[in-house]
Design a protein around this ligand. Structure first.
Ligand code: FEO
Ligand code: CA
Ligand code: CA
Length: 701
């Protein structure tokens, strides 16, 4: 970060090191210094050689999305039963017209800055909706950073909010806010922190419980798009904390596999807790999906794991030549399962997509093995033409892969208990695919980011099936091996190496899928495996790019697609950037795209993590259609050291929800000497904010 403190050494780190615009502290706590370890993908699968493709035909029917509020559920998506263009247009009103002609975003962009505050455009306002430690269960004590306790944290809002989803309740002035708590930063959480080696058992227990997911009832406040939290005593019907001790059930073909069995769970069917939940999604049947990402960092003792397990540990970023990886939180002293020497399979029980039913606080959350195991950023669902659930997913690691899952059964419409039970089972059985891309201009890619002579970074692609139901389609691997060690399966089928796929999300207005490829500073570096390709056209890629994927026939279940890069991020003055051909003098600088979302008009919203342009991270919006396609504008910036997460644009487009993650995460900062004092002026505290237009109008238009 630009704060002077970011350039000082963090005493407990070995060396002053950071990647892109991230502080060393973020690298350590978020990913366990993943970027400083060897790239886990050591496979030599290559990308296809040049394959000429004709121009990409946009054959989309531009069908809208039908959102129907049914008892306790939200339905959103495209399906045979629900695809009613006329009804959708009627529902969405002006939004459908706007997307057809290409919508513009009416706000004046927020300039890049390094302020320790939230900055929104003129005519907008914002407020903190909920903070780390705020009571969400009845009886939870008020937050006091000097009197933290495990039992309190288990009833309070967790740390480092990331994914944000909002599910309408039947009373339309109320909704459920669902939020992931990705990771803890003990240096900023605990007064008097003296390092992980000196951490107390109590601090470790608090950290375990500060991870996970929160479900919180919120209600509208006034006539603008502003919301507030419903007091816990009045929200007991729904409010919930899921954390590192919550029981999860495994589903799918790998449930019960010997690869998932431990001494505490000899069935291999029950996991304890969820960690590093990064992005996520809301399903058309009204549940939340959440991705377990950098789970590797919670484990020690890889050196003592059985030899037979070591290759898989390494492929997932767990060192096998040392007991204590650099970023170790030393949780094995309070819970032996975090020691892989004692419990070599415990790491296999993380790295999944989890599904939570926010409408049923007594339900057991599930880990779906059918969606594979990797560093799941998140999962977002669109329905296929025949109504099957298709989940798009990214494995956020340098040179790792894009995936999708297609359910074997179709979603059912309606609200009865039998329908709900059916839909809740959709992600338990289906086909898992990895993406293999081909290129139109491979010969012209030189690592500089220069646009090829055909005017596009583009090509075709194929979804390669890995598992269908309980049958492995990868030679030499059993079904549970493919699902538990999915990265090996991707290697074997020659999936395409990407620049850290973060959020992958379908635009329900058009069916096109967008992936944030956040960066990859190892791309093309001397001694590294792979140089620039058409989908990763810059070596030492510091700023990332956005991928747009169009399924054949616009059917989410298709096994072929076309793709292009509408945006190659960075300072627009930098020749290697590209904004869909839009006038670069008019776009906002953007670096390290991470989470994506769509507003009801179909505009793409992009949040950033680790801005490598010497300014704070932000939230950006960009039209995808018409003359304004590529006109990226910054909507908001977050405080010093923070990352912009979420985001979530309300169904009525009157509110933008943003998770402000790790404010003040600047090297050498501490609770007592914070680099940020957002939001309350004393110490840094992760929180979710909501933003609205002062006149109550639609955000962005
Ligand atoms: Fe948690 Fe890939 O960001
Ligand atoms: Ca091309
Ligand atoms: Ca992310």
């Amino acid at each position: 970060m630009t704060d002077a403190r970011s350039k000082r050494l963090l005493p407990i780190l070995d060396a002053p090191r950071a990647h892109g615009g991230r502080s060393s502290m973020t690298c350590r706590y978020r990913c366990g210094d993943a970027c400083f370890h060897p790239v886990p993908n050591r496979s030599d699968n290559e990308y296809f050689a040049d394959m000429v493709t004709e121009a990409v035909a946009d054959r989309l029917s531009r069908r809208g999305v039908l959102r129907i509020g049914v008892a306790g559920t939200v339905a959103a998506g495209l399906s045979a039963g629900l695809t009613l263009p006329a009804a959708a247009a009627e529902k969405s009103g002006t939004a459908a017209t706007e997307v057809a002609k290409g919508s513009s975003l009416g706000f004046a962009p927020v300039p890049p800055n390094t302020l320790d505050s939230i900055v929104v455009p003129n005519g907008y306002d914002h407020d903190v909706l909920i903070r780390w430690g705020q009571p969400i269960l009845p009886g939870a004590p008020a937050f006091d950073p000097h009197r933290q306790a495990p039992a309190a944290q288990a009833m309070q809002f967790g740390y480092n909010n990331d994914f944000v989803g909002v599910l309408p309740l039947e009373r339309d002035d109320r909704a459920l806010l669902v939020v992931n708590h990705e990771y803890t930063n003990e240096e900023l959480m605990f007064p008097g922190w003296k390092g992980h080696e000196a951490a107390t058992d109590k601090q470790k227990q608090i950290a375990i419980l500060a991870h996970g997911i929160s479900v919180v009832m919120i209600e509208r406040a006034g006539r603008t798009g502003r919301w507030k939290v419903v007091p816990p005593a009045k929200a007991r019907k729904y409010n919930r904390r899921i954390h590192g001790r919550t029981t999860f059930a495994f589903t799918g073909a790998a449930a019960g596999s010997k690869l998932l069995r431990t001494s505490a769970d000899r069935t291999g069917k029950k996991a304890q807790g969820t960690f590093n939940n990064c992005a996520g999604g809301i399903t058309p049947w009204g549940t939340m999906l959440s991705g377990e990402e950098n789970f590797n960092q919670y484990f020690v003792g890889g050196d003592g794991a059985p030899e037979a397990d070591k290759a898989a540990l390494l492929r997932y970023g767990i060192p096998t030549d040392t007991r204590y990886p650099d970023a170790s939180r030393r949780w094995e002293t309070v819970d032996e399962r975090f020691d892989l020497t004692a419990e070599p399979h415990e790491a296999n029980r993380f790295g999944w997509i989890v599904e939570v039913d926010p409408f049923d606080p007594d339900s057991t959350p599930r880990k779906h093995t059918a969606l594979g195991r990797f560093k799941h950023e998140g999962a977002n669902v669109r329905l296929s033409d025949d109504g099957r659930a298709v989940a798009y997913m990214g494995d956020d690691e340098r040179f790792d892969y894009l995936y999708k899952f297609v359910s074997s059964r179709r979603m059912r419409a309606g609200s009865g208990a039998a329908v709900r039970r059916h839909n809740l089972g959709l992600l338990e059985d289906g086909t898992l695919y990895a993406a293999k891309l081909s290129f139109t201009s491979a010969d012209e890619i030189d690592g500089s980011g220069k646009l090829p002579s055909d005017g596009a970074f583009d090509g075709k692609g194929e979804w390669i099936p890995l598992v269908k139901g309980d049958r492995s389609l990868v030679p030499g691997m059993t079904v549970d091996e493919v699902l538990v060690h999915t990265r090996f399966a991707g290697d074997k089928v020659g999936a395409t190496k990407m620049d850290r796929p973060e959020d992958v999300e379908p635009n329900l207005r058009t069916g096109k899928v967008y992936a944030a490829l956040t960066n990859n500073t190892d791309r093309g570096m001397p001694g590294k495996k792979e140089g620039a390709t058409e989908v990763a056209p810059r070596n030492e890629n510091k700023h990332g790019q956005i991928l747009e994927l169009t399924e054949q026939g616009n059917d989410a279940a298709a096994t072929r697609f076309t793709w292009s890069l509408p945006i190659v991020c960075g300072d627009p003055a930098d020749e290697s950037t590209y904004f869909a051909g839009y006038d670069k003098t008019k776009v906002s600088p953007i670096s390290c795209p991470d989470n994506v979302a769509f507003d009801p008009a179909g505009n793409l919203w992009i949040s950033t993590d680790g801005n490598a342009l010497e300014a704070n991270d932000g939230l950006f919006a960009v039209p995808l259609k018409g003359e304004e396609r590529g006109h990226v504008k910054q909507f908001l910036t977050v405080p010093v050291g923070a990352e912009t997460c979420g985001p979530w644009i309300a169904d009525d487009a009157r509110t933008v929800f943003v998770a402000v993650q790790h404010p003040g995460e600047v090297d050498d900062a501490s609770f007592e000497e914070p680099a940020s004092t957002w939001p309350d002026g004393s110490y840094a505290r992760p929180a979710v904010v909501n933003v609205w237009r002062n006149d109550g109008g639609r955000v962005g238009s």
